[in-house]
Design a protein around this ligand. Structure first.
Ligand code: MG
Length: 372
């Protein structure tokens, strides 16, 4: 056991118990395998491009709201807090969190829907699967191998997100570290989408009062501070919302682990049902808040208009590349040959930032060749 593992719970994934990497590499002098994975993800081109990719609200809507990158950092921050509190492997959690949205195309789900539709019958497009393509195939940073050669636990965790069905060798369950990142993802977006939507004027505080979870958070904010202006109140309520969900996640996970008498990683992996998660009551409240966000924010006319515009641009570029394959960068020629032009086009387009995609769309309109 290396010193990073000494403080971990018995049901945590110990760094020294890793199954290794596809391409065997000697151990690093002072970083454990998951710290190394985290660093490889942070240094990847796909990770940097998250800064200019839409989470929910596009870059044209101002600078306040979350981008795909800052969403990712909030997920990592929440997940690490929970992991440390539960004595899980914080390094593994951090690597998984930083990786989890790396496969998103530009323009959020609008971009994903277009690519999925264009690849219908050819495997479709899914951001969780694309994350695996990026780290296993598309990132070319090391002379010894394609991809980032991440630890098998990180690949398996992302594989579960991508809905890869388990094989005879793979157990049905997910590591607690993977479960915690999943829970942290929904906690992060529930909280920040409330904050961003109100800031952008797409939703009012009165709208949010329709959700029980927000009402509780708002009540906590009012109890703590007598007089807050509207913006201070909103931000305080968002912090309270995070605190309610994260505290419940820690508590509920602890009591499930205790009730199940969980004493090892093998026991965690043998269970199909997750052990880490908020209570059933809070889960229902999260779903209620998410329905409200879906109806009032994600389907808001302002966002639908952005969506349609971005989707049409991406679709036009996809079709243009199929007509003029020379538009593909040379680095994707091998993929076009082996997996077909549509898949290579999706790899190219999904790697673009929102900004680059719009610039490329304008260039294509003028008929100029991309620089690749
Ligand atoms: Mg996410």
């Amino acid at each position: 056991m290396n010193h990073d593992d000494a403080s971990l719970a018995p049901y945590a994934m110990h760094s020294s118990a890793t199954a290794g990497r596809v391409h065997a590499e000697p151990a690093h002098a002072y970083r454990n395998p998951y710290q190394r994975d985290r660093d490889r993800i942070v240094h990847s081109g796909a990770f940097r491009r998250l800064a200019h990719k839409t989470q929910v609200f596009t870059g044209g809507m101002g600078d306040y709201h979350r981008s795909r990158l800052t969403h990712t950092l909030e997920v990592s921050s929440i997940a690490r807090t929970v992991a440390r509190t539960l004595r899980l492997n914080e390094d593994l959690v951090e690597a998984l969190a930083l990786l989890h949205d790396i496969g998103h195309p530009p323009f959020g789900h609008a971009g994903e829907d277009v690519l999925d539709e264009r690849l219908r019958g050819q495997g479709g497009f899914n951001h969780n699967r694309q994350a695996l393509r990026i780290v296993e195939l598309l990132e070319q940073r090391y002379p010894e191998f394609t991809g980032l050669n991440l630890s098998l636990e990180v690949l398996a965790g992302q594989g579960k997100r991508a809905g890869k069905t388990h094989t005879a060798e793979q157990p049905p369950g997910r590591l607690l570290e993977v479960q915690v990142v999943d829970a942290a993802d929904s906690i992060a977006y529930d909280a920040h989408d409330c904050d961003d939507a109100v800031e952008l004027g797409l939703l009012s505080l009165a709208d949010l009062e329709e959700a029980a979870l927000w009402r509780t958070a708002a009540a906590h904010a009012r109890e703590r501070y007598a007089a807050l202006d509207e913006r201070q109140f909103r931000r305080t309520a968002v912090h309270e919302l995070l605190d309610i969900l994260v505290s419940d996640l820690v508590r509920s996970t602890r009591s499930r682990l205790a009730a199940a008498g969980t004493a090892s990683v093998a026991e965690v992996l043998s269970r199909r049902e997750p052990l880490a998660g908020v209570s059933a009551d809070l889960m229902a409240q999260q779903r209620e808040l998410e329905r409200l966000l879906f109806e009032r924010v994600y389907r808001h006319p302002v966002l639908l208009a952005e969506r349609n515009h971005a989707g049409a641009a991406l679709a036009a570029m996809f079709d243009r590349i199929l007509d003029e394959p020379q538009r593909l960068p040379g680095s994707l020629a091998g993929i076009a040959t082996e997996e077909g032009l549509p898949r290579a086009a999706a790899d190219f387009l999904s790697g673009m930032t929102d900004r680059y995609a719009l610039e490329e769309f304008a260039r294509m309109g003028k008929g100029t060749r991309s620089g690749g």
